[in-house]
Design a protein around this ligand. Sequence first.
Ligand code: ATP
Length: 138
Amino acid sequence: VPRTLVLVKPDGVRRGLAGEILRRVEAKGYALVAVELKHATEELLAQHYAEHQGKPFFAPLVEFMSSGPVLAIVLEGQGVIQGFRSLAGTTDPTTAAPGTIRGDLGRDWGLDVQQNLVHGSDSDESAAREIGLWFPSL
Ligand code: ATP
């Protein structure tokens, strides 16, 4: 059964949205495999966001992602990788559709798309790599 890595980013945890996000995931029917509140190190985040190294938003993104705890979640279910990305909505909350996590709950994004509440793996390969980084024991 496919798995994906979801992160409730520091803005989501800070705003008390972790439970609402878990509720949506469970309502969709995905199974929780692992859930852990973690304060990510810059080293872990640099590996997690390796594909973005060198981009102008990389350093601010790592700083934001280490500004408070994140809720790291492994989900399991048929079609969960694309399914969670559909639940999340587009990267930029200003364009995310109503009914999506970012579309309904994104509100503090301000002037950039950095604070968009959640992360979800974008492929089987990313999911395997990211689950290994965040949950080495799985
Ligand atoms: P995620 O991988 O977090 O689910 P995504 O696949 O929708 O998001 P990516 O393009 O992989 O988006 O970007 C990763 C994260 O980097 C985004 O979720 C956002 O927090 C941040 N980000 C992306 N583009 C920008 C940008 N232009 N300015 C600031 N932050 C950005």
